[in-house]
Write a protein that binds this ligand. Structure first.
Ligand SMILES: [Zn+2]
Length: 370
């Protein structure tokens, strides 16, 4: 994994490289920030950069033996602590899942725990970083460096260590020479404060829309890419899911639904809630997420020039027509309804009832007098 495989994040990449050049690498680092921001990929690139013995010029060389090993995640001086599940009621160390992990991450470094649990056939099970995994790490760090420049541990989803995390405190407080512990966590509030206070935090923001656009377009043009990027909200995992799931036209679906709501014919409203309930769970959420992004564009269109509005020309024309029946109050009432819908869908609300409810709410909003 090279820094250049990750879109954007130029400032963080520079900071990381400068830490190495100035020989000021912290013993314990925590990469954090919202889901899908590429923090695992950044941590992997950084670890690879540290182990590279070739000509490092703002990225690892990719040709030396160390680089060949870090690419396959088989470098003996980089160990991983991963969320695992028990097998036959026996708690499992990370090493038991290492083969899976290599296959999983080398295929795609932009992943989250949900993908991982699916990959190890453990959906709906409780994952944690087990006590045996932590013992394994302590054991590894009791040995000298084997061939690398540093001894590195990457702890992915560090919040899942729970209280057991206290067991690595001594390692963090009295780190062996040339050792680096890299923690990765979405939510720092769930990392033990005793550990958190000893980490240098690398705050990683979500990707920008431009970064996601460049990333997506690198493999050829995608028709609905602007819609997809606006739904992804800086999350590259969501972006990849949307690209994989095909070129659904969220704009047409939304417009069609708004038209049905405006007309308010019961049979059509019920028909829509039927269709909606058959969308995938993700698509149900994405429908309203796209709706929020669309409404934002409607608002912006009143005071920003055309080129600032993230809609295709054909979409822009249709949006201008809809804008005539929407004022700011109506938009904010609909935004509130969509946001509530997303929250309810995340809690597994009945999609059919929710869609019908929302249709009636939007009907009332659209028909209310200004
Ligand atoms: Zn190299």
């Amino acid at each position: 994994m090279r820094f250049s495989d990750i879109p954007g994040h130029e400032k963080i990449k520079k900071e990381l490289i400068s830490l190495v050049e100035k020989d000021r690498i912290p013993h314990t680092m925590l990469f954090t920030g919202p889901k899908g921001n590429g923090k695992l990929a950044l941590a992997l690139s950084f670890a690879s950069f540290l182990q590279c013995n070739g000509d490092k010029n703002e990225d690892k060389c990719s040709n030396c033996i160390a680089c060949k090993k870090t690419d396959k995640l088989i470098h003996p001086d980089i160990s991983f602590m991963l969320p695992t599940v028990s097998i036959d009621n026996k708690s499992m160390p990370s090493s038991a899942f290492l083969t899976h992990w290599r296959e999983f991450v080398t295929a795609n470094p932009f992943v989250d725990i949900v993908d991982w649990m699916k990959f190890i056939n453990a959906e709906n099970r409780q994952a944690n970083i087990s006590k045996v995994s932590i013992d394994e790490l302590l054991h590894t760090f009791s040995y000298e460096i084997r061939e690398g420049n540093k001894k590195i541990a990457i702890i992915w989803n560090a919040e899942l260590m729970g209280k057991e995390g206290n067991r690595i405190l001594k390692l963090i407080e009295e780190p062996p020479k040339d050792s680096i512990i890299i923690l990765i966590a979405d939510d720092t509030s769930k990392v033990l404060p005793t550990i958190l206070s000893r980490c240098q935090i690398i705050k990683t923001p979500p990707f920008s829309d431009e970064e996601l656009l460049d990333y997506a377009n690198a493999n050829g043009p995608i028709d609905n890419i602007k819609q997809i990027v606006s739904i992804a909200e800086g999350n590259i995992i969501t972006l990849n899911t949307l690209i994989r799931e095909g070129e659904k036209d969220y704009f047409s679906d939304l417009l069609n639904w708004l038209r049905i709501c405006y007309q308010g014919k019961t049979a059509e409203l019920v028909g829509f809630s039927d269709v909606f309930s058959k969308y995938s769970k993700n698509d149900q959420k994405y429908f309203f997420r796209y709706g929020l992004s669309f409404l934002e564009q409607v608002l912006k269109s009143s005071y920003l020039p055309r080129e600032e509005i993230k809609l295709l020309d054909s979409e822009y024309e249709s949006m201008l027509k809809i804008r005539k029946i929407l004022d700011e109050d109506k938009i904010s009432a609909i935004v509130e309804d969509f946001s509530t819908n997303i929250r309810y869908l995340e809690r597994n609300a009945n999609a059919k009832i929710l869609a019908l409810d929302s249709s009636l709410t939007v009907f009332k909003i659209l028909r209310s007098s200004v």
